[in-house]
Design a protein around this ligand. Structure first.
Ligand SMILES: [Zn+2]
Length: 560
C-alpha cells in the first residue's frame, strides 16, 4: 500500500504498529485513524550525516569551552565569557543568537589562588579544592586539625571552646573498599536490552510508610548536620574541611560551600531561602575545602590514634557582584512554513559547570554538541518548517535554574504544591501550545545509544523510526524509563514533551567507575571525538525532523 505521506516505509510501520497495538483498530471497528510517522527524505538525512561525520567542528567547540575558557560556574567571569563566545559563534553561522536574562540570580565567584598542605606530624601535600562560593582565609592559616566525631548532640560538649581558629573536619570518613576504580564502559547489549524492555512497575517500589520513614531519617540527618555546622560556626573555626562524597584514585567531587548559621533563631530566620551565591550568605560561610577521600581518611585515622595533625590552608577567592542577573544563550533558525513557522522545536544543554575540573563531560560535551547540531543544519541549508531554537542553560548545577526560568517565562508557570493542592496544574502561557518538543543532552560524553521516553508511549514509534538510520552508529534503543536530573525536566514538569538522550556511561557516572561527574578530573581527555560527532549528527537529525513533521510531538497522557 503506497503511503500518502512522504515515505512508504512509514505506512508499513504504521499498519504493523496498529496491528500490534490494537488489532481491533485494524481488523474491526474503525476507531482513531492511524497517525503517520514523518521521516525526512534519505537525501536530507544523508546531507546532515555527511556534514556531521565528515566536516565536524564539534571538538573545536568543546576544546575552546574546556581548555581555553575552563570551568564555568554560573555567573562567574568564565561563564559570562563562554556564553558570549557561544552566542557570537552561533551568530557567525547565521543563526539569530542572543543572551536572555533571568533573575536577579546571584553573584559570581572565582578563585585567585589556593594552597594547602599537612605540615605535622610530617609534611605532606594533599589533593583538595576550595568549595564554590567559599569565603577566603585571611592569608595562610596554619592550625591544628580537629575531627568532629559526633553521633549525638550530647557529644558536642567535648568540642566547646576547642575549635576557635582551628581547621575542622565535619564530614564522616568514607571506606573505599566498595568504590570501583574500574575504567568506564559503554552500555553492553544486555544493558540496552534491559532498558528497551523496561516496564514501569505498576506498584511503587516502596510503600508510603517506607517512603515517609526514609524521608524522616533523611530530615533527621540533615538537622543533625545543621546542628553540627552551628557548633563549628559558633565556636569560631577558621577553615572547614569536607570529605569528597564520591570518587577515589584522584577524583574529588566538589560542590558549593554551605551556610553555617550560629544557633541564633533570628539569624536562622533571616537566612531562610538564602543561598551561598547571595551576598547575605557571606558572613555565614566559613572558608571551606573539599578533600580527596584518601587524604581525608588518613587525617581521621591519625586523630583517632591520638595524633594531632597541623595544616596550612590559604584560599584567595573573589565574588563578582557587577551583574546579579543570569543568562541563557539562545540561538534560532527561523521556520519557513506559513502555517507552522511560529511553532518551536528546541534542543539544549547546560553551559554552566562545577569548578574543580574544566566541566568537560558535564557539560561542555552537551553544549558543544548542541552548537554543532545548529552548525550542521545551517551548513546543509535545509529549511525547517517550524522554528528551531537552541538553548545553552545556566544555573543547571544549582537546580535547573536557567531552564526553569525560561519555561516559566515562555511556556507555563508551575504553582508551588500546597497541602490543599499537592499536585498543582501548570498555568499555561501564550506560547505553551507553540512548543512541540525539547531535546536535552546531559549524560556525560558517551555516544548516543537511544532516548528515554519519559513515560510517553506515543513518542516511541516516532523515535524508533528516527533512530533507524543510526543503528549502525550504535543508537537504537528507546526505553519507557524516565531519567531526570537535567533540563528536560523543566519542560516535562509542565506537561511539555522534554526528552534526554541516553548516552554510554563511560567514565561519567557513579556506578561506572566515577571519574568525571562534578570532579577535578572532568577534562577533555575523557571525551572521544567520534562519540561527539555521532551525537551532534543524531541531534541535528532529530530536531530537523521534529521541525518538519506535520503534527507536533504527541504529549504524554496526563496522569491523575
Ligand atoms: Zn550536567
Amino acid at each position: 500500500m503506497k503511503n500518502i505521506g512522504k515515505t512508504s516505509q512509514q505506512l508499513v510501520t504504521l499498519v504493523v504498529l496498529g496491528a500490534l497495538l490494537a488489532p481491533s483498530l485494524v481488523f474491526g471497528q474503525a476507531a482513531a485513524p492511524a497517525r503517520s510517522i514523518y521521516t525526512a527524505p534519505k537525501a536530507e538525512l544523508d546531507k546532515i550525516t555527511d556534514e556531521g561525520m565528515n566536516r565536524s567542528q564539534v571538538m573545536a567547540h568543546i576544546g575552546y569551552l574546556t581548555d581555553v575558557i575552563g570551568p564555568r560556574l554560573t555567573n562567574s567571569p568564565n561563564f559570562r565569557r563562554a556564553s558570549e563566545w557561544a552566542r557570537d559563534t552561533m551568530a557567525k553561522w547565521g543563526t539569530k543568537a542572543s543572551l536572555e536574562a533571568f533573575g536577579p540570580w546571584g553573584r559570581g565567584w572565582s578563585l585567585k589562588s589556593f594552597s594547602i598542605a599537612v605540615t605535622e606530624p610530617t609534611y605532606k601535600s594533599v589533593l583538595a579544592f576550595p568549595s564554590a562560593w567559599t569565603t577566603s582565609t585571611k592569608g595562610p592559616v596554619t592550625a591544628e586539625v580537629v575531627f568532629i566525631d559526633v553521633k549525638d548532640e550530647k557529644d558536642f560538649e567535648q568540642y566547646k571552646g576547642k575549635l576557635k581558629g582551628k581547621i575542622v573536619m565535619i564530614s564522616a570518613p568514607r571506606e573505599l573498599k566498595n568504590d570501583p576504580l574500574g575504567l568506564g564502559a559503554p552500555f553492553s547489549e544486555e544493558d540496552l536490552a534491559r532498558l528497551a524492555n523496561y516496564v514501569k512497575p505498576s506498584t511503587p517500589a516502596r510503600t508510603q510508610e517506607q517512603t515517609d520513614a526514609s524521608r524522616l531519617e533523611f530530615a533527621r540527618k540533615i538537622a543533625f548536620l545543621f546542628k553540627t555546622q552551628q557548633l563549628v560556626a559558633s565556636e569560631g573555626a577558621a577553615v572547614l574541611l569536607e570529605n569528597s562524597q564520591r570518587g577515589s584514585g584522584g577524583a574529588v567531587m566538589v560542590h558549593n560551600a554551605t551556610i553555617t548559621a550560629p544557633p541564633d533563631p533570628t539569624i536562622v530566620k533571616t537566612l531562610a531561602g538564602v543561598t551561598p551565591w547571595m551576598k547575605e550568605a557571606e558572613p555565614f560561610v566559613i572558608p571551606t575545602v573539599t578533600m580527596a577521600n584518601e587524604d581525608y581518611n588518613r587525617l581521621v585515622r591519625l586523630i583517632r590514634q591520638g595524633v594531632t595533625p597541623k595544616m596550612t590552608v590559604d584560599i584567595q577567592a573573589q565574588f563578582h557582584d557587577e551583574d546579579l542577573m543570569a543568562y541563557n544563550t539562545i540561538a534560532e533558525i527561523p521556520g519557513t512554513d506559513p502555517q507552522s513557522k511560529d511553532e518551536i522545536v528546541m534542543l539544549g544543554a547546560h553551559l554552566d559547570s562545577w569548578h574543580a575540573g574544566s566541566g568537560a563531560t558535564d557539560n561542555a560535551a552537551g553544549s558543544g554538541v548542541v552548537m554543532e547540531a545548529m552548525r550542521i543544519l545551517m551548513a546543509t541549508g535545509l529549511q525547517p518548517r517550524r522554528t528551531i531554537r537552541a538553548a545553552l542553560w545556566s544555573g543547571e548545577e544549582q537546580g535547573l535554574h536557567g531552564s526553569k526560568a525560561y519555561v516559566e517565562k515562555h511556556f507555563a508557570q508551575l504553582p508551588k504544591p500546597t497541602k490543599e493542592v499537592p499536585k498543582p496544574q501548570p498555568v499555561k502561557g501564550a506560547d505553551y501550545e507553540k512548543l512541540s518538543v525539547y531535546f536535552n543532552l546531559d549524560n556525560g560524553a558517551g555516544r548516543i545509544r537511544g532516548i528515554y521516553l519519559m513515560d510517553n508511549a506515543a513518542a516511541k514509534p516516532i523515535f524508533d523510526e528516527w533512530l533507524k538510520p543510526f543503528h549502525s552508529l550504535g543508537a537504537k534503543t528507546t526505553t519507557m524509563m524516565s531519567r531526570g536530573a537535567s533540563d528536560h525536566i523543566s519542560f516535562d514538569n509542565v506537561g511539555l514533551p522534554g526528552f534526554g538522550f541516553m548516552q554510554d556511561p563511560l567514565n561519567y557516572m557513579l556506578d561506572f567507575g566515577l571519574r568525571t561527574h562534578h570532579t577535578n578530573q572532568d577534562s577533555l581527555d575523557y571525551i572521544q571525538a567520534d562519540d561527539m560527532k555521532q551525537a551532534a549528527t543524531i541531534m541535528a537529525a532529530f530536531i530537523y525532523q521534529a521541525a518538519m513533521m506535520d503534527e507536533k510531538m504527541p504529549r504524554k497522557e496526563a496522569k491523575q
